[in-house]
Design a protein around this ligand. Sequence first.
Ligand code: IDP
Ligand code: MG
Length: 160
Amino acid sequence: FLPHLVASLEQVEQTYIMVKPDGVQRGLVGEIISRFERKGFKLTGLKLFQCPKELAEEHCKDLKTKSFYPTLIDYITSGPVVCMVWEGVGVVASARKLIGSTNPLQAEPGTIRGDLAVQTGRNVVHGSDSPENGKRETALWFKEGELCEWTPAQAPWLME
Ligand code: IDP
Ligand code: MG
């Protein structure tokens, strides 16, 4: 029992991060995973997955009215994606910062999109935009039993 690791349990969030098909095709999977890993968040789910159309539509349902919606669905289902769940205090907002702005040309250097992409329609990675959506998207993309609860050996060196 490590009291310092459970003290802030209610503050622990989940975010759904996905390397999109362009990131997989361009060989950026390791690079993208590394950024979250090095930051110090905890990986609790990971799989390579060919997304069916119905799941892409459910995931993107808030964008249904947008002109780019059909091409977005084609993009997300165009090849395998890497699905991940990362956990930590403040992980949702922090992951969005690591990812950078939706338009890679406006994304700051040092962010994933700022360093690795040029177009909104090929912006290599997805990240949940709120803790609620982090939970919703985790449940959408992962079945129970696919997630791992574990304590990283480095935990006491990341959190006092
Ligand atoms: P986000 O991924 O930064 O949260 P959202 O507005 O939620 O951005 O849009 C979801 C995804 O839809 C974007 O990551 C991008 O792949 C795609 N998208 C958003 N706006 C456009 C656009 O204007 N043209 C083409 N694709 C877009
Ligand atoms: Mg979004």
